[in-house]
Write a protein that binds this ligand. Structure first.
Ligand SMILES: CC(C)(COP(=O)(O)OP(=O)(O)OC[C@H]1O[C@@H](n2cnc3c(N)ncnc32)[C@H](O)[C@@H]1OP(=O)(O)O)[C@@H](O)C(=O)NCCC(=O)NCCS
Length: 295
């Protein structure tokens, strides 16, 4: 096993590895390979920590790091760091390679003066490399309530005392903008994705919760999903919003919220604490602007 810097001639192989590794793991399909493709030219990308792992004469692992920011309560921004995607080829998963690659990369990062990392991921894997809940260090996640213990938001001081040395007692983190490139440029992403061999997308148990990106309905099985013009499943939208490549209602966001509000009794059957119609509308007003159709 060998770990080395990624070279330009590796790019396609590594993006394909990333796609194979992430495919259908967190959502139907994946976008992480496109993030990597775009990030290499991003000023936040750290080429010295763009590492590949080789075994049996092929690349089986990859990790990249990025500059990021912590924002203090008074608005001051403090340079910080994050990492990901990290990928191990499906044939080599759960054999210790991921942890070896991560620990090697963390040592390199420390040598470069990187004192603190936070990121989103599964604690069951990352705790083996010294990560813990970021909330324990009073680092908050931008998209969650400030006092929440966010189980997927993790952090580690690579250099002990780094936060204190920067005068940080509490701060908030948002992932760098570059990580959202596939959401921001869906057409460019689709064109890039079409250059890879075809793989079947599927809604699978264990993925992150998926919601219709028009009405917010949970998508839990393939039959809940809409259809594209060619008859294939559309995993972004539900069958009530999107059929044969078209939206079924020509609504504005506010009209969609009013439309959904009539189903409050159905919604209340599925949640532990029932809401009034007004509470449901308020909830949708907070949530809908983040959905793909309305943002
Ligand atoms: C996550 C990933 C990088 C881990 O690499 P790996 O080589 O499979 O993991 P390792 O064998 O080094 O795991 C070490 C330990 O971490 C834990 N672990 C690893 N992956 C885990 C997972 N998906 N869920 C829960 N625990 C996990 C286990 O305790 C494991 O030890 P065990 O196999 O003896 O139980 C790899 O599985 C992968 O590429 N997954 C798909 C892409 C991905 O999810 N990347 C991370 C995004 S946050």
């Amino acid at each position: 096993m060998n770990i080395r810097l990624e070279q330009p001639e590796d790019y396609r192989e590594v993006e394909n590895l990333t796609r194979e590794s992430f495919w259908n793991v967190y959502r139907p399909g994946c976008t992480e390979h496109y993030v990597l493709n775009q990030y290499r030219s991003n000023p936040d990308f750290i080429p010295e920590l763009d590492l590949v792992m080789e075994e049996d004469g092929r690349i089986i692992g990859h990790i990249m790091f990025s500059r990021a920011e912590l924002v203090l309560d008074d608005g001051t921004k403090v340079p910080s760091w994050t990492f990901g995607p990290i990928s191990i080829h499906p044939e080599y998963k759960r054999k210790g390679y991921g942890l070896k690659l991560l620990n090697y990369a963390l040592d390199k990062a420390r040598e470069l003066g990187i004192g603190f990392l936070c990121m989103e991921g599964k604690i069951d894997f990352y705790r083996h490399a010294g990560f813990d809940l970021a909330s324990k260090l009073k680092i908050h996640y931008h998209a969650e309530p400030r006092d929440a213990e966010v189980p997927y938001f993790l952090a580690q001081e690579l250099i002990p005392g780094w936060l204190k040395s920067k005068g940080i007692t509490e701060a908030t983190y948002s992932p760098p903008k570059g990580y959202f490139v596939a959401d921001e440029n869906p057409e460019a992403f689709e064109a890039y994705e079409a250059t890879f061999h075809e793989k079947v997308k599927a809604l699978l148990p264990g993925q992150l919760p998926q919601f219709c990106q028009s009405c917010g309905m949970p998508l839990t099985k393939n039959e809940d999903c809409g259809t594209n013009a060619d008859g294939s499943t559309n995993f972004d939208y539900c069958q009530y919003c999107f059929k044969d490549g078209k939206f079924l209602q020509d609504y504005t966001m506010d009209e969609m919220i009013e439309h959904c509000a009539q189903f409050i009794n159905e919604v209340n059957k599925q949640i532990p604490k029932p809401m009034t119609r007004d509470e449901y509308v308020q909830m949708m007003r907070g949530f809908f602007p983040m959905l793909k159709r309305w943002r």
